[in-house]
Design a protein around this ligand. Structure first.
Ligand SMILES: [Fe+2]
Length: 158
């Protein structure tokens, strides 16, 4: 572990760096899956969903950056190459042959929900280790992506 401006003990910082890197791997994987959906979507909802998926990707890219930089701030390293992500992500792979608009909506809704489960678990760890600032960052992620999951589930009529 590297020096950190955080007053947390090193063992807590190390655990939080690991939790943040796990969420970063999922977030980078999810970002690539959202872009694949954005590019390949076809069907009557194209005009709405193609730009909607891009707003998700932009929001997630910003959160991925902040999660990586929080890991560094806590004295760790951030791992995020495509090869690392392929090994470390906990999300289901994306069926890349998918084109139909509402199938993409269902696939992305399920993956956002998987992503959120990991982020909530990391937030719980931040609470237990007394890191209000990591907790706050992860609450922002949960709030934004629960809303995105709602957009998708509402599109499906659920
Ligand atoms: Fe685009």
């Amino acid at each position: 572990m590297y020096a950190s401006p955080s007053p947390l003990p090193e063992a807590d910082r190390a655990a939080l760096v690991a939790a943040l890197n796990a969420r970063l791997a999922d977030g980078l994987d999810l970002h690539s899956q959202i872009k694949v959906a954005h590019w390949n979507i076809k069907g009557p909802h194209f005009a709405t969903l193609h730009p909607l998926f891009e707003t998700f990707a932009i929001a997630l890219a910003a959160f991925n950056d902040r999660i990586a930089e929080r890991a560094i701030t806590l004295g760790g390293l951030a791992h995020g190459t495509a090869r690392h992500v392929a090994r470390a992500s906990t999300l289901a792979d994306y069926p890349e042959g998918t084109t139909r608009d509402l199938v993409h909506v269902e696939l992305l809704a399920a993956r956002i929900e998987q992503y959120l489960a990991g982020v909530r678990a990391a937030r719980k760890e931040a609470v237990e280790r007394g890191d209000d600032d990591t907790e706050g960052l992860l609450t922002e992620v949960v709030t934004a992506f629960e809303m995105h999951a709602w957009f998708l589930r509402a599109t499906l009529g659920g």
